[in-house]
Design a protein around this ligand. Structure first.
Ligand code: PLP
Length: 422
């Protein structure tokens, strides 16, 4: 798949159909897309809120991640975790590429269906669901859904007795940035009881899922979890179930992880473990979110204010930018991210990708709200910048804009799209 040329009719058709008719997509580098935007801003000459923060989304990067997945984990079907970034262009592209969707709510199921996903390509992967949402899933024939407790089974029996249930088991998430096991996942010593309850209720359990935690940095967490899932398959078989689905969840790193535990390392452990333990008739899916989107979005912020200080005769600066912790940068709190600013424009000089060879000063970078928690980077160094200059922030595609608020009246930034695949 990686050998497909971007000018092949298949690829260009896919990328073309993935475009939303009312949203333009440039075909330039991220650098040029940002440059075009900044140039257009300076022509506006103070007529509008021209210095508002903005985001550039690169659908070509999402496509590259798709190719990488197909090349390295060909057996495992990705169901994109919509929660990580329900951006319409991303969802449309992944839908056109035939991906499935992991949805956490009625609204996410609606997004997937409206984009054209077949209900059979959706898994409602939230073990604790609102009753009316289960009814909605039933109306829409979205049959696959996860559970991890007996109460959920009684609820599902009431609202969707023919659902195809996937038992989410608890696995070791200690090597992940965001651990989910404290909230979800059936401990292994409850599996017998849950399967027996499902049997007594005449429910259709079709397989096992797990989630090693988001931002996993141990490739063996995946293989250990697959081993545990095998044990549950065996148990279920002994009880008369005929399992057909393994869901290896999310947790896959984004493209910016180039040392440590990369996607390549995880794939090299996960793929062979799945093949060794599960015969080809078992369908294997995954729920990657961050993997597809993190590296595809760049946030550009304007320096709206500066405060200068002198500490022991050393100048230092506090820069205030117009997107913050309550906006796209909520990932600092909710997703445990550390973000790094880069100079985008200084005194009108476009500096994307440049290491400016001038004196750097100690500084901190703050969001625009009146809350002191709204700090993006407490201590870094940057050249001397002024109000009106710009910073950019890479790898801002996962768990960012989608979980932002409008606290203090600051709106989510505009998103521009480009496709760098060709
Ligand atoms: N699946 C479920 C059930 C999740 O809760 C999450 C994230 O919270 C994901 C998939 C996506 O995880 P990631 O973005 O780490 O791949």
């Amino acid at each position: 798949v990686l050998n497909q040329r971007c000018d092949s009719p298949m690829v260009s058709k896919t990328l073309e159909t993935a475009r939303l008719p009312n949203i333009p997509v440039l075909s330039v580098s991220v650098k040029d897309a940002i440059k075009q935007k900044l140039d257009s801003i300076s022509q506006l000459k103070w007529e509008s809120d021209q210095e508002n923060a903005f985001v550039v989304g690169d659908i070509g990067e999402v496509y590259r991640q798709f190719l990488r997945w197909k090349a390295l984990l060909p057996r495992i079907e990705p169901f994109f975790a919509v929660k990580s970034n329900p951006d319409p262009m991303v969802v449309k592209l992944l839908q056109s590429l035939g991906l499935g969707f992991d949805c956490a709510s009625k609204a996410e199921i609606q997004i997937a269906l409206e984009t054209g996903a077949d209900p059979s390509r959706i898994i409602y992967a939230n073990p604790c669901k609102q009753a009316s949402y289960i009814r909605y899933a039933a109306q829409q024939n979205v049959a696959k859904m996860t559970f991890d407790n007996a109460d959920e089974l009684y609820k599902i029996k009431k609202f969707y007795p023919n659902a195809e249930l996937v038992l989410r088991i608890l696995t070791d998430d200690s090597k992940s940035l965001c651990q989910l096991g404290i909230k979800f996942g059936a401990p292994l010593d409850t599996v017998d009881h849950l399967l027996q309850t499902a049997k007594d209720l005449d429910l259709n359990v079709i397989g096992v899922s797990f989630h090693v935690g988001s931002g996993c940095y141990d490739q063996y967490a995946f293989s250990e979890a697959v081993n545990l899932a095998r044990g549950v398959f065996d148990k279920a078989e002994a009880m008369g179930f005929n399992f057909s689905l393994l869901d290896v969840g999310g947790g896959f790193p984004s493209a910016d992880v180039t040392d440590g535990v990369t996607f390549e390392k995880i794939a090299a452990v996960l793929g062979p473990t799945v093949d060794a333990l599960f015969p080809p008739n078992i369908r294997v899916i995954a729920e990657p979110g961050r993997y597809f989107v993190a590296s595809a979005f760049t946030v550009c912020t304007n320096i709206i204010a500066r405060r200068s200080k002198i500490n022991n005769e050393q100048p230092s600066f506090m820069y205030y930018v117009n997107d913050g912790m309550y906006g796209s940068f909520n990932c600092i709190i909710f997703d445990h991210q550390v973000v790094q600013p880069h100079v985008l424009a200084k005194d009108g000089h476009f500096a994307y990708g440049e290491e400016l060879e001038e004196k750097h000063y100690e500084c901190s970078v703050w969001g625009p709200t009146c809350d002191s928690i709204d700090c993006l980077n407490k201590k870094t160094t940057l050249p001397l910048l002024s109000e009106g200059d710009w910073l950019y922030w890479n790898n801002m595609g996962a768990y960012t804009v989608c979980s932002s608020s409008q606290f203090n009246g600051f709106k989510s930034p505009e998103i521009l799209y480009t496709n760098t695949y060709c």
